[in-house]
Design a protein around this ligand. Sequence first.
Ligand SMILES: [Zn+2]
Length: 187
Amino acid sequence: MTLRNKMTVPEGHFVVDVTLLRSGPVRIETDIPVDWLTQELSFCEYGIRSDHGRVTLVAEPCSGGVLVRGDITTQLVAQCGICLGDTPVAQKINVSTYLFPKVAAAAEAEEAELTPDELDKEWYEGDRIVLDDLVRDHVMLELPMNPRCGDDCPGLAAFEEAAKFKTDPDPRLARLATIDLAAKKEN
Ligand SMILES: [Zn+2]
């Protein structure tokens, strides 16, 4: 493969070769690269990383397009919103998505005076369907809004208490501790 091809054709981790669909369904059963998913989740509002993940998908020809069905399972580690401790998040997400060829998408979009991107439908172009965005989006949509480590979360106060003992106070701030705030108020 030339460099030019490499730059213009997205490689992708989860790829369906459309030419293989002519002879029947294509199964994609593979682990989700941990580094890739962690990177994809790096825009999350809280800290989260992937520990393990797997996709089990079947792509099959359907009404001129491609139906992708199956599931995505992940083991993630999120940051508890209260104590900031590691919080395991296990996901099992059902996937059922219909993609249709870009030529059909373009025709439909033109009719509605939109671009294919503005259509609320998934489409693909050429002989390779890269499912990376689909996998990422499904994982993102199923993330908890406020991860909590559990009912026995030690809480932020306990976290601060632990942090106080772990680190020596900044010597530049030591003088602040000697200021009597109550006495100042009375003046
Ligand atoms: Zn917690």
